[in-house]
Design a protein around this ligand. Structure first.
Ligand code: PLP
Length: 258
């Protein structure tokens, strides 16, 4: 199992190459597309992927807790069933059999009654993405996403050079998702809280103290993030660091969600 775009570094892996290596070693793959779907063009069949999962609430705009998704290559659908079996994935849900008989095809991967209201919200989020189709679709969104993240990296270099931040995301666009992470050796959590108070909403992921640094994460959703937002975010970060306002007690109270 591998997340195609790493949630910490924002590094994107080559799905086709890694899947080929896994297959050569007799291994099946599960790709986690949480940071990919809606942000980067994905070609699961082209990569000969086996399985994929993802969430609906990041670049698919479904809102917190939106339904997740599963994809199974047709060569595998009938060979497995998923362990969370439920009546909607049953071959005959209304026969109320005592024995579990999975439905044919991808339907067997369903579980219980779908969260219909949450799916209606997710549908609006996906429709918003699909509305970009006449304007170039995922290819255009990917181009804008890379332009946004490249601009952010360049602005951080140009305007924040005096501060001890380092880029934790690959500079090679082919290895970048739609996120930029900055390693922040001191006060990362509080820096992000101060940014959020200024209306720049990223998040903080703690390191493990030795090999992994504390990170400030910035996600750039290309549908509605503008270049001026990137500029303004770097201005806000510059002010938070230069004034030292992140040291204020109100930004240093750890909340459950970081
Ligand atoms: C957001 C995210 C998910 C989504 O998990 P849920 O259980 O659907 O909330 C899964 N994997 C990764 C790596 C994520 O970042």
């Amino acid at each position: 199992m591998l997340t195609q775009v790493n949630y910490r570094s924002g590094r994107m892996f080559d799905m086709a190459a890694i899947t080929a290596q896994a297959h050569a070693a007799g291994t099946l793959t599960v790709w986690d597309l949480a940071h990919t779907a809606g942000a980067v063009p994905v070609d699961l069949r082209g990569a000969k992927a086996d399985f994929a999962v993802g969430c609906g609430y990041k670049y698919l705009n479904g809102g917190p807790g939106a339904p997740a998704f599963v994809w199974v290559h047709p060569r595998h659908t009938e060979r497995f069933w998923q362990p969370l079996s439920g009546w909607i994935g049953h071959a005959n849900p209304f026969s109320f059999d005592t024995a579990y008989q999975p439905a044919a095809g991808i339907s067997r991967y369903l579980c219980g009654t779908p969260a219909v209201i949450a799916m209606a919200a997710l549908e609006c989020g996906v429709d918003t993405l699909l509305a970009a189709e006449p304007l170039g679709g995922m290819a255009a969104l990917r181009a804008k996403s890379l332009a946004l993240t490249s601009l952010f990296i360049a602005q951080v270099r140009e305007r924040l050079g005096a501060h001890p931040l380092t880029l934790a995301t690959p500079e090679d666009p082919a290895q970048r998702g739609s996120q930029v992470s900055l390693a922040c050796p001191e006060g990362g959590y509080a820096v992000m809280q101060a940014l959020i108070a200024r209306g720049v909403i990223g998040d903080f992921r703690a390191g493990n103290g030795s090999t992994e640094p504390d990170l400030l994460r910035f996600g750039f959703t290309p549908l509605y993030t503008q270049y001026v937002d990137v500029f303004d975010a770097v201005t806000a970060l510059s002010e938070v660091l230069t004034t030292g306002e992140w040291r204020e007690a109100r930004f240093n109270q750890k909340a459950a969600v970081t």
